[in-house]
Design a protein around this ligand. Structure first.
Ligand SMILES: Cc1cc2nc3c(=O)[nH]c(=O)nc-3n(C[C@H](O)[C@H](O)[C@H](O)COP(=O)(O)OP(=O)(O)OC[C@H]3O[C@@H](n4cnc5c(N)ncnc54)[C@H](O)[C@@H]3O)c2cc1C
Length: 396
């Protein structure tokens, strides 16, 4: 079979938020890229995942010309509620750190990125099979794949960027004697549901309960996103809609202090296992890793998508300097710079997760309640949560 060779400056594996945003930021700096994606554009665009954008993410997207719809349909929140049986407390991020967050689904971010990619004529190969990366320590690394039409392609670039999530080939292209990994698997999962009902709260509720954690989030004025802590290995079919609404009502405190939870038709349910994972370094030769390809966080701290954005926010100017200006200093510093934020967010996500999920140990439960009371009653405690949740400056 003949192979079509495509020369470019940056080859990007993965057209999720990190891959498409990187291509966008590179194009703004005049750097050409080609993206290769295993799935279809529709499939990638419809995956229900993250829903909270940090202050710094919104800032970056606005500066990149991607902020119009966030302003139009996004919902700015000044904080979150923390609660445990009988008590609900508002943690006001604006008051503590002068920053807010935005409710704006990953599907919307993806929509904006796809529209911008179409508008500038970005080359993206969807539904690529047998994607493999080659010669990553050479000056001409390559990505090979079979296109949707059966054609064999070889992308030859100055650098490769693995934006291919946890299951793509890029992470594994770093040799075992170079890479180091850290992992924590949590003894519980989230059952997440989307429901066609107006949210029963103006801002997110994070609830500690002896039966397990629950969270009330939202996607819009008419769509609620709700989560329940469930044991690992839970079969989603064992959770009927009634059972879900009953558990949510109990754990979120329906009927307490005049608050009520409005149930509605559930349109999507899935079980999400929880883990923390980091692979270092985030660069090997001319292969760079960004987003979930390098790190995974449990969703309790709302950091996964934001970290992916922060990585490429640091990487795009570094690659532009490397490819266009021949200056490697920012690219050489990329892994260390990105990992400072990765570990901060890994810690914050672990902290939120272990503070709010119950694992059956009565001693741990008392420590969790003590920690929650401290965060809710101390300005220093609340400011720490607010600063981490609303997000630090990208590159700091
Ligand atoms: C089920 C789920 C729920 C989540 N919920 C939340 C949440 O509530 N809050 C939060 O902050 N974060 C959440 N996250 C995390 C967040 O969605 C991710 O951190 C974010 O998508 C990372 O973006 P990314 O572009 O790095 O990776 P991804 O979005 O995973 O994109 C990687 C892309 O690479 C493609 N790919 C994979 N293999 C190949 C291959 N061989 N060749 C070519 N392309 C390939 C994939 O198809 C995908 O499109 C969730 C993640 C999952 C999986």
């Amino acid at each position: 079979m003949t192979t079509t060779v495509i020369p470019t400056e940056v080859a990007i594996v993965g057209a999720g938020p990190s891959g498409l945003l990187l291509a966008h930021l590179l194009a703004a700096r005049g750097v050409a890229s080609v993206v290769v994606e295993a799935r279809s554009e529709e499939y990638v665009g419809s995956r229900i995942r993250a829903g909270i954008l940090e202050h710094s993410t919104v800032d970056l997207l606005r500066r990149a010309g991607l902020g119009d719809r966030i302003a139009e349909v996004g919902d700015e929140h000044r904080g979150i509620y923390l609660q445990w049986p009988g008590e609900r407390h508002h943690i006001d991020f604006q008051e503590h750190v002068g920053r807010s967050v935005w409710v704006y689904g990953q599907t919307e971010v993806q929509k904006d990125l796809v529209a911008a990619a179409h508008a500038r004529g970005q080359e993206i190969h969807y539904e690529a099979a047998d994607v493999a990366v080659h010669d990553v320590t050479s000056d001409r690394p390559a990505v090979t794949f079979t296109g949707a039409d059966g054609t064999s392609y070889r992308l030859e670039a100055r650098v490769l960027v693995g934006c291919d999530g946890s299951f793509g080939p890029s992470r594994a292209a770093v040799p075992d004697d170079v890479r180091q990994t850290w992992e924590r698997v949590y003894p519980y999962s989230w059952l997440g549901v989307l429901a066609d009902v107006a949210p029963s709260t103006d801002e997110l509720i994070y609830a500690w309960h002896p039966d397990g954690f629950a969270m009330h989030s939202m996607r819009s004025a008419s769509v609620s996103r709700l989560y329940l802590q469930v044991p690992n290995g839970t079969d989603v079919d064992t959770w009927s809609d009634d059972r879900i609404w009953d558990a949510l009502a109990t754990r979120l405190g329906h009927g307490e202090n005049g608050w009520s939870l409005e149930p509605g038709p559930i349109t999507e349910k899935s079980v999400l296992p929880m883990r923390s994972f980091v692979q270092t370094p985030m660069r090997h030769g001319n292969l760079f890793l960004a987003g979930d390809a390098a790190h995974i966080v449990p969703p309790t701290g709302a950091k996964g998508l934001n970290l992916a954005v922060a990585d490429v926010g640091v990487l795009a100017p570094a690659l532009a300097e490397l490819v266009r200006g021949g200056d490697s200093r920012l690219a050489d510093a990329y892994s260390d710079t990105a990992l400072r934020r990765v570990w901060r967010c890994t810690h914050f996500s672990w902290w939120m997760t272990t503070m709010l999920h119950t694992a059956g140990d009565p001693f741990d439960a008392q420590l969790q309640l003590s920690q929650l009371r401290w965060v809710a009653s101390s300005a220093a405690g609340a400011a720490g949560l607010a600063e981490n949740y609303a997000g630090l400056d990208i590159g700091s």
